[in-house]
Write a protein that binds this ligand. Structure first.
Ligand code: FNR
Length: 383
């Protein structure tokens, strides 16, 4: 096993271990992938100010996100099909997050169900909701999240309709994978993944199959999901869902200052500046590029989080210094999970923590909560 010192080090192992269709599902964006690429390249355009002869003893990365204490302000983002990257993937990722002291967010489109994750963890996690047309099903999902003790609902607003992802279409993405000559050839080289999958009962979308009307197996699911996302989701419905949930609410997928103002007016506890990791509107700006305008618009009204493109602790520091109170990683933990299971997620968190701590120290700062723009050199067109 090679020595893993950066998030990118996971990728070759991940690629060898996990079926191509799930690797491609994670490692792609929509359409031309311009936004997907710029999510990372825009972070690189922001430079850091080195400071010297500053006492760096007693540094801390501890903070809070929506009032919850965190070992560092980096949550695990909701990632659909996590349980296809590794058997029982959601449980493994949730346990790694819990041990590390950062929030875990369970996707509606998870393989392990809300109840499965609650049974195998001891701290409350966050539940991400996709709004479906079937109001009864949505109400039942919200109730299940409440019963499982979830401490926040992350309501995703940027996926009323799916951005076209060419690789998934070409691969014929299904969960579990449909057996075709191409998938069988691929699976023959990924036998360890297959053996682990066979040993778990959790191979279907646990929040949907058996819970949504008429969805009894994976084959009925694909047509159901395509029809189900609610194209009529609007701010009035968001306000209604807030009432229905009654707990802490995080609105995910905000890229525009006007939308950020609406979210703040509705009384969200936090917003996530996000373009869904470049998987929805290709051509949209990167999250880090729009962050300053959103902080200017609502920074004093609502807690601001950011995701899309974070691959290192330096990226986390840049987002915090530009005014985010918290960040999320999607692919960065998925690579670790696919490559090495729970240990990989822990290693991913350790890498990001070390990079955040070291960068903070070399910028002459001791506390993530006090990071500000003074540590950065930001290109003019980010303002
Ligand atoms: C996602 N994302 C996502 N978001 C969400 O609200 N519900 C979901 O089910 C999913 N599923 C999903 C699957 C995969 C494979 C990826 C990569 C992403 C988006 C995710 O929560 C987050 O916004 C991005 O992953 C952030 O970008 P990075 O960190 O992956 O660059």
């Amino acid at each position: 096993m090679p020595v893993i010192t950066t998030i990118d080090d996971f990728k070759p192992i991940y690629r060898r271990r996990v079926p191509k269709m799930f690797y491609d599902y994670a490692e792609s964006g929509s359409w031309t992938e311009q936004t997907f690429r710029e999510n990372t390249s825009d972070f690189d355009k922001i430079r850091l100010r080195q400071r010297v002869a500053v006492d760096m003893e007693g540094r801390t990365t501890e903070s809070t996100m929506i009032g919850e204490p965190v070992a560092m302000p980096v949550a695990l983002a909701p990632v659909g099909l996590t349980g296809m990257q590794h058997a029982d993937g959601e449980i493994k990722a949730a346990r790694a997050a819990e041990k590390f002291g950062v929030p875990f967010t369970l996707s509606t489109m998870s393989i392990c169900s809300i109840e499965d994750v609650a049974t195998h963890t001891s701290k409350p996690f966050w539940f991400q909701l996709y709004v479906m047309r079937d109001e009864e099903y949505v109400a039942a999902l919200i109730q299940r999240a409440k019963d499982a003790g979830c401490s926040a609902m992350v309501l995703t607003l940027d996926l009323q309709i799916l951005g076209q992802r060419h690789k998934d279409l070409k691969n014929g993405l299904t969960a579990p994978p449909k057996l075709t000559p191409a998938t069988m050839l691929d699976l023959a080289t990924k036998w360890r993944w297959g053996m682990e999958m066979l040993q778990t009962k959790r191979r279907k979308f646990g929040n949907i199959v058996g819970h949504a009307k008429g969805v009894t197996d994976a084959s009925s699911l694909s047509s159901w999901t395509a029809e189900q996302f609610d194209p009529q989701l609007d701010w009035a419905k968001v306000a209604k869902l807030k009432e229905q949930w009654g707990g802490k609410l995080i609105l995910k997928g905000i890229l525009d200052a006007d939308d950020a103002r609406k979210a703040a007016e509705i009384g969200a506890d936090a917003i996530v500046v996000s373009n869904h990791g470049g998987r929805q509107l290709d051509g949209a700006l990167s999250s880090i590029r729009v962050l300053p305008s959103i902080v200017d618009a609502v920074g004093d009204k609502v807690e601001i989080h950011l995701d899309s493109g974070i691959r290192s602790g330096q990226d986390v520091l840049k987002a915090l210094a530009l005014g985010a109170k918290g960040t999320y990683i999607g692919r960065a933990f998925t690579y670790g999970l696919g490559a090495m299971g729970q240990r990989g997620v822990t290693t991913a968190l350790e890498i990001i923590h070390r990079e955040l701590d070291t960068t903070m120290a070399l910028c002459g700062r001791k506390d993530v909560k006090t990071l500000d723009r003074d540590v950065l050199l930001v290109p003019k067109d980010f303002e």
